[in-house]
Design a binder for this molecule. Structure first.
Ligand SMILES: *Cc1c(COP(=O)(O)O)cnc(C)c1O
Length: 456
């Protein structure tokens, strides 16, 4: 007999993982190396040193060690909000009248409201350990900036955030949370940096974009003594830190002898999805078990489903290294009506390689359908989900309904990455019927692909 499964599966503090899992160690085809933008040669640790923290560079380039110790100082911080609950969505199952078993790993119970704190605290720790004064970064929707502000204040580091201008204006409360934790927040593009001034001259009145804010943050870090740049997604190191999500999920499921059939996550730069699936993907790569993995992206920014697997710039200003990834082109800016987050043009090189190797699937969903799913979820499960997370909810509901049709009791696990309290502007548009769906045309994508750099 199966053990009765509680609504929430909590792990004990001492059951929390003490090591991160590095899925690259088990990949037969390793993700392609970052390339230097000037020489187009693989970036060495030395090349990366002016921009990134030393220890994080070592993690970024480490394709061989499967497990890396989580320093005790980071584990102590994790203990304040982890282990995060794995929730059995009994109420949603009942509402959908599905035989499927649905679970979600909830990462929104910390003040920053998302999983981003898992990597922010690690990155701040290594910056502090290196004796740096502070870090710079960009933020789009604001979750990363908030998480990093919290992490920096904990370790006494300065934090300079370049916030995409439209979010700066639409989410003033996010900005104030960051300032509460002592960060300085600048709308991007700004007049503070060379690249910001150039972009403003070329596109006066622009709303800004993540790619542009990244360029500004990198330039600021390089020009300030004792500062480095940190990034909240896409990079290998971020996915490594986020493996804590998947390790805890697996430990919780193992306690009750549950094996998932499908694991679902929303994909912006790929860090939560990558972290959630990592230990399960490791089993698949080692031939021990099989799972379906599903990335869910917005139809208005469809990197996996319509992008090209190619070397591309990570930023608009073309100052960052090139990564081989599914990309819509570094010039691609999602339509202004897109409210649902996940608006980055590229994708984690690790997930890109796994997707290219046929080890995972992807689906694109439209934002009104995403908000419908968000509302349906909120009304039965109680949690007000972030629009980003709601992409995963939408796909999980669709899979559960397929189970209903087929009469199959599959086990579905999805990542509920955060809460949506700061996204009420988007919810308001949805409620007022003013939310529209925008899907880029073939011609728009073709135009953007035509600006991809020459491939090595
Ligand atoms: C940043 C963010 C995402 C997307 O980022 P990934 O790196 O793809 O995980 C998803 N959900 C929330 C709540 C976020 O803040």
């Amino acid at each position: 007999m199966d053990k009765e499964i509680p609504y929430k599966i909590y792990l004990e503090e001492d059951e929390m993982p003490k090591q991160w899992y590095n899925v690259r160690a088990d990949m037969k085809h390793k993700p392609a190396p970052l390339l230097h933008p000037a020489t187009m040669q693989p970036m060495t640790a030395k090349d990366l040193r002016p921009v990134f923290c030393d220890e994080l560079i070592a993690q970024e380039l480490n394709d061989t060690d499967a497990y890396l110790d989580i320093p005790a100082e980071i584990r102590d911080f994790y203990k304040m909000y982890r282990p995060s609950p794995l929730v059995r969505a009994y109420c949603l199952e009942k509402k959908l009248d599905t035989p499927a078993h649905i679970y979600y790993k909830f990462e929104g119970s910390n003040t920053s409201g998302s999983h981003k704190l898992n990597s922010a605290i690690a990155q701040a720790y290594y910056a502090k350990k290196q004796g740096l004064k502070g870090v710079t970064t960009e933020t789009g929707a604001g979750q990363w900036g908030t998480a990093l502000s919290m992490a920096c204040s904990y370790f006494g580091l300065d934090c300079k955030v370049y916030m995409v201008k439209i979010s700066y204006e639409q989410k003033p409360f996010r900005r104030e949370v960051m300032r509460t934790y002592g960060a300085s927040v600048t709308p991007s593009p700004s007049m503070d940096t060379k690249i910001g001034r150039k972009i403003l001259a070329e596109h006066p009145g622009t709303n800004g974009s993540l790619g542009c804010a990244i360029s500004e943050a990198v330039e600021a870090a390089a020009s300030l003594d004792g500062y480095r740049y940190v990034l909240g997604s896409v990079l290998n190191q971020v996915m490594l830190h986020q493996s804590i999500i998947g390790l805890e999920t697996k430990a919780a499921l193992d306690k009750y002898g549950v094996t998932p059939d499908i694991i679902i996550g929303c994909a912006g730069g790929g860090s939560n999805l990558g972290g959630l699936i990592s230990p399960f993907m490791g089993e698949k790569l080692r031939g021990e078990k099989d799972y379906r993995f599903l990335a869910v992206e917005p139809a208005s920014c469809p990197s996996f489903t319509r992008g090209k697997f190619a070397y591309d710039f990570c930023d608009t200003g073309m100052v960052c290294p090139l990564a081989k990834m599914y990309t819509l082109g570094s010039n691609f800016i999602p339509s202004a009506n897109h409210a649902g987050g996940l608006r980055y043009h590229g994708m984690s090189p690790v997930l890109s390689q796994l997707y290219a190797d046929g080890l995972m699937e992807a689906v694109a969903v439209e934002q009104t359908a995403v908000f419908e799913a968000a509302e349906q979820f909120a009304r039965v499960e109680g949690i007000l989900p972030a629009p980003e997370s709601s992409h995963a909810i939408k796909a999980a509901i669709d899979e559960a309904l397929k189970c209903k049709e087929a009469g199959e009791a599959k086990t579905i696990v999805f990542g509920l990455t955060g809460t949506g309290y700061f996204d009420m502007y988007a919810y308001e548009k949805f409620h007022d019927g003013k939310m529209t769906d925008y899907i880029p045309t073939e011609a728009e994508l073709k135009e953007s692909f035509s600006k991809l750099p020459p491939q090595p």
